[in-house]
Design a protein around this ligand. Sequence first.
Ligand code: IPD
Length: 282
Amino acid sequence: IMSDWTECLKFGINLTKQTSEIILNAFKQQKQVHLKSSQADLVTETDLRVETILKSAIRDKYPVHRFIGEESVAAGECVELTDSPTWIIDPIDGTANFVHRFPFVAISIAFTVNKQVKAPMEFGIVYSCVEDKLFYAQKGRGAFLNGEPLNASGQEVDISRCVVVTEIGAERDDLALSTMTSNIFRLLRIPVHGVRALGTAAVDMCQVATGGADAYYHIGMHCWDIAASSIIVQEAGGVVMDTDGSPFDMMSRRVIAASSTAVANRISQVIQAFPCRRDDED
Ligand code: IPD
């Protein structure tokens, strides 16, 4: 029999909605902020709490399933994709937004089986909680925003008519900063219609699925930031690939999402990457 993960998807959606209450309640309060990989890579007790709640609820219901969670990895767990059903969790994507009350923060949950580093996830859920926007997609069954079907923009070739979303990222070393700013410089010089950044990779990428943006690219984010939105973009008719033009690899720390292969290829010709350690490198 073919596996159907619809029950897991429904469970994930309900759990995400319930757990978002914790983020919304904490949003307006003062937070205790700790640093991770850099001065701009932040974590709060709410990130930790939300990840713990999500994982224990999923584990109660599906005891054999495995996890890759942002804060568990930060605490020393390794990123290992096996053939087991695996939930890839970012409890708060946009932690710096959360700390500053900039209103784009999301819970991002992807689900994959059989080591699908490159192939699409089985499903993805991105809940932008302050906006109350629930994005989700299931492999082969389309992408939705609050129940309405999503379609990428259909922009095929003309990159000068594109709105491109990207992220500044949390890196603060000279090579990362000069690469990031010169990528934006080269895009604006084409010129594209605009460059945008919301402060959460997951929600940024969902803009490509809505057609509000034609492309998104990012270097340096992690698998949990983009796994869920990658299937949302694909199911909305868009494409995902590596910034060097090779097939999408959620562990590579590089991604382009676009309305079409032509637009993605064009972006890959314009931008450069700085070196990042793979998420699954030990
Ligand atoms: C971050 C956000 C941000 C991106 C960083 C990510 P986090 O995730 O997605 O937009 O620029 O690279 O690390 O830490 O808030 O989950």
